[in-house]
Design a binder for this molecule. Structure first.
Ligand SMILES: *Cc1c(COP(=O)(O)O)cnc(C)c1O
Length: 387
């Protein structure tokens, strides 16, 4: 009866809808489904954060509208954390803004800078919000293939000059979802210089900076000298502290870029609940051991699952970053076909690489957000299917 607006009608078909349907069908049949599809931590939020939220709930000042840009105490906690973690100095008043989860900021950011006909350079495969935010702002996404032979880094030189001229923003995301590829400071240096040369804004999504399973800690792009001239970085409590449900993130970097995002947000939302921000302050001040324990869980799961999958003969991209495994689909299948069979015949839900963009074809993603016994059970079922 009601006709959708063009912006909704123009959205690419939701590639996961068919998989959702299959999953629901299996659940209805009473199948013991193992869901390795969603990137949502299964571990609880650390206790001190929950306790702080309870106390914060009782404080009347939190019951009123929060400030648009976030509490100064939260922005200071973010700035302190950046200095401790990355050696990056930030002015909490001008270079930090609170977000209602980083997805909110990632979606809204192009609204501040993109006019119809402008290009936004988006990685492929990728988190879908870079592309969708671009489309909703009336911009044109131009996809930069992430290929295994390039370490899943984009080839900046391959962007045609006529595209470069219209490009306003480039999105990058390392440690990368879905491929789990790490960043390098050399790449970030090159990217910053290239962006300055071409007058392009660098928007970096660092949601997985704390999810590493080796000894190397991923950098922030803001560690590159001069990055603050062109870059804004998006980050979040979601993955680091098992807080996806709380909806708290931030953007930091160039003061003008942060201010422009704030201007959009002032007209859209009224900020995150003060009690959630107080809990965020607590999270960012916790000793490193808390996150070490979370990382240890992923390290163990990754080791066990990697071994199990390689034993079956599956090719896994080896990486010490994120809680995902990026796995080659066996010969003779498309990503969607193989993942469809995994659900239908094994009751195991994974994400087809093609759901993240055409260059994700040939891979599927496993999320290590279930306990090891379930991972081993999943590997066992996958084995029966691949024999
Ligand atoms: C999970 C994730 C985020 C974080 O989303 P929140 O909205 O902060 O929960 C951002 N970027 C990527 C690539 C992610 O996978």
């Amino acid at each position: 009866m009601f006709e959708y607006a063009e912006r909704l009608k123009k959205l690419p078909p939701y590639l996961f809808a068919e998989l959702d349907r299959k999953k629901q069908e299996k659940l209805a049949q009473g199948v013991d489904v193992i869901d390795l599809g969603v990137g949502d931590p299964d571990l609880p939020t650390p206790e001190p954060i929950v306790e702080e939220a309870k106390r914060a709930l009782e404080r009347p000042e939190n019951h009123r509208y929060p400030s648009y840009e976030g509490k100064l105490s939260f922005r200071k906690a973010v700035a302190d954390w950046y200095e401790r973690r990355f050696g990056v100095k930030l002015d909490p008043e001008r270079e930090v803004i609170a977000l209602i989860g980083s997805k909110e900021g990632i979606f809204h950011f192009p609204l501040a800078f993109v006019n119809p006909g402008d290009v936004v350079l988006c990685p492929d495969p990728a988190y879908p919000v870079y592309k969708i935010g671009t489309l909703f702002a009336g911009g044109e996404p131009y996809f930069l293939p992430l290929k295994e032979e390039n370490g899943f880094l984009p080839d900046l030189e391959a962007v045609p000059p006529e595209v470069l001229k219209r490009a306003k923003i480039i999105w990058v995301n390392y440690p990368n979802n879905p491929t789990s590829a790490p960043p390098t400071l050399e790449f970030y240096e090159k990217l910053v210089n290239w962006a300055k040369e071409h007058g392009i804004i660098v928007a970096a999504d660092n949601a997985y900076s704390e999810i590493y399973t080796g000894s190397e800690r991923p950098p922030s792009i803001l560690q590159v000298p001069g990055a603050k001239d062109v870059a804004i970085e998006f980050h979040s409590l979601s993955k680091t502290y098992n807080m996806t449900g709380w909806r708290l993130g931030w953007a930091v970097g160039n003061a003008e870029l942060v201010k422009a995002l704030g201007k959009v947000k002032t007209n859209v939302d009224s900020g995150q609940f003060g009690a959630v921000q107080d809990a965020g302050v607590k999270a960012l001040s916790l000793p490193e051991e808390v996150v070490d324990r979370i990382r240890a869980v992923y390290r163990e799961r990754k080791k066990i699952m990697l071994e199990a999958l390689e034993k079956i003969g599956l090719k896994v991209y080896r990486s010490d970053y994120t809680f995902y495994l990026w796995v080659k689909v066996p010969e003779g299948y498309s990503s969607a076909e193989f993942v469809g069979r995994l659900i239908d015949e094994a009751g195991v839900v994974c994400t087809p690489g093609s759901g993240f963009g055409e260059h994700g074809e040939g891979y599927f993603r496993i999320s290590l957000t279930v306990p090891t016994d379930r991972l081993l059970e999943a590997a066992d079922r996958i084995k029966r299917l691949t024999l």
